[in-house]
Design a protein around this ligand. Structure first.
Ligand SMILES: C[S@@+](CC[C@H](N)C(=O)[O-])C[C@H]1O[C@@H](n2cnc3c(N)ncnc32)[C@H](O)[C@@H]1O
Length: 226
């Protein structure tokens, strides 16, 4: 089988210098994240990987509210990880390791995590399927994972963006050695995220069409290792 394509340097440079991580630090949306994390329960006492963690909101949430034993936030952007670490200093929850690495070639041995989570990140990997193959590899035999990935019509302007229907995502995941055990909707960004009229109208429109299950903004997909 050919080796997965590594991320293009330009993709990493985009996240390091152009992506809105500073805005992400200021505007967490913990209830939206928790809605996606809940299918991974029970979380207490587990070891969890947050894949493409950005500034680390989900990683901190599982460490604090989820009471995991240990959380690892992995991202290939040093800018994201610097903000994640800075924003986590002095907190009292479970230990968090911030790891710089490529989501399609994870720097971990086989079968070391009980849980894996990824919010809005795997669709940006240069080879989406190998991201899921890596999740299957690092999960323990009874391990569970959740990924939150976009519907076919979503565009966010990031360098690589795989969009698909729920059936399409399911096919990719199942071909990577994982079994899908549930799928839910993610409503998308908060309507009041910023008040630019065009953006506001777009988010209202997305909420309206997202009441139809197959037209949801993103899918929260739970899977287990086969
Ligand atoms: C849309 S952001 C989501 C960040 C975070 N999960 C959140 O919800 O705020 C996508 C993230 O994926 C990371 N990413 C993209 N391609 C990656 C790759 N090949 N390996 C690791 N991280 C990657 C980016 O650096 C960025 O932090």
């Amino acid at each position: 089988m050919p080796a997965p394509m590594p991320p293009a340097p330009s993709a990493r440079a985009f996240y390091d210098s152009e992506y809105h991580f500073a805005e992400d630090v200021d505007r967490p949306n913990p209830e939206r994240l928790w809605h996606a994390l809940r299918p991974l329960e029970p979380l207490a006492g587990t070891t969890l990987l947050d894949l493409g963690c950005g500034v680390g909101w989900a990683t901190r949430l599982v460490a604090d509210r989820g009471r995991v034993a240990r959380a690892v936030g992995l991202d290939f952007s040093r800018t994201a990880l610097t903000l994640a670490a800075r924003h986590s200093s002095g907190r009292a929850g479970a230990p968090i390791d911030w790891v710089c690495g490529d989501g399609t070639a994870l720097p971990f041995p086989d079968a070391v995590f009980d849980r894996a989570f990824s919010f809005g990140s795997m669709e940006h990997f240069p080879d989406v399927r190998s991201g899921f193959t890596e999740v299957a590899r690092v999960l323990r035999p009874s391990g569970l994972a959740v990924t939150v990935v976009p519907n076919f019509y979503v565009r966010t302007g990031q360098p690589v963006e795989h969009r698909d229907t729920l059936a399409g995502w399911r096919r990719i995941i199942e071909s990577a050695g994982l079994t899908v055990t549930g799928a839910w909707g993610d409503p998308g960004p908060a309507i009041w995220k910023n008040r630019r009229p065009l953006r506001l109208a777009l988010r209202l429109g997305l909420r309206a069409i997202g009441v139809l299950p197959l037209l949801r903004y993103q899918f929260v997909i739970r899977m287990r290792k086969r």
